[in-house]
Write a protein that binds this ligand. Structure first.
Ligand code: SIN
Ligand code: FE2
Length: 204
């Protein structure tokens, strides 16, 4: 386990292949009910990767900005319930890293294909900015970048591989971070390649 004194954890190889496959199957069942979408933001720019959600609330973006809502922005159906395997894992990971009483309300599923990435940002759409953020990596490896409270703070690069977990709690909960992109053909978990990242959050 890699831990910093700022509440940031990178749990390498935390998930067995069997568990990774179980979570992938659960994510697939979500995608069938709530198709992946690629939001366009206020400035007309399209997101660089695809996403969907499960759980009570889903994180969405459009010309009005970022928010949580109960319905898929295209189908207008409620996001499917969070599969039990994801919910239980998130609660256990929170406990394991010293975060009791975590209530997983939302699971954002990001799919990054070759060349797709996510720029530097802070997670601040949540009302609750102290509950931990649990992040599950599946499929191709990639580079996760962690900064500090300021956009200009020094950054550290971490390789995230299939089955690795990141927990951002404590101070690091509100640190700037980004995903620089995948290293193609580093995993055979997803048959078409790419990386799935599941971000489980408590919103309220
Ligand atoms: C995020 O910050 O929302 C996702 C980061 C990742 O894909 O690892
Ligand atoms: Fe984030």
């Amino acid at each position: 386990m890699m831990t910093t004194n700022q509440g940031f954890f990178l749990l390498k190889s935390r998930l067995t292949k069997a568990v990774q496959q179980e979570i992938l199957a659960a994510a697939r069942s979500v995608v069938i009910q709530a198709p992946l979408f690629r939001p366009t933001m206020a400035n007309g720019q399209s997101f660089n990767y695809s996403m969907t959600n499960c759980g009570e609330l889903g994180w969405v973006a459009d010309r009005h900005g970022y928010r949580y809502q109960q319905v898929h922005p295209e189908t207008l159906s409620r996001f499917p319930a969070m599969p039990q395997v994801i919910r239980d894992l998130a609660i256990n990971l929170a406990k394991e890293t010293g975060n009791d009483n975590f209530d997983p309300e939302s699971c954002l599923i990001n799919l990054y294909r070759k060349g797709e990435k996510l720029g530097m940002h802070q997670d601040n759409t949540e009302k609750n900015l102290s509950a931990p953020i649990i992040s599950i990596s599946l499929g191709d490896s990639g580079v996760f970048v962690l900064g500090g409270f300021l956009r200009t703070d020094e950054t550290k690069h971490y390789i995230v591989q299939s089955g690795d977990i990141i927990v951002m709690s404590g101070e690091s909960r509100n640190f700037f971070h980004s995903f620089k992109g995948t290293v193609p053909n580093t995993s055979n978990l997803l048959k078409d390649g790419g990386r799935l990242n599941l971000t489980i959050r408590q919103v309220n």
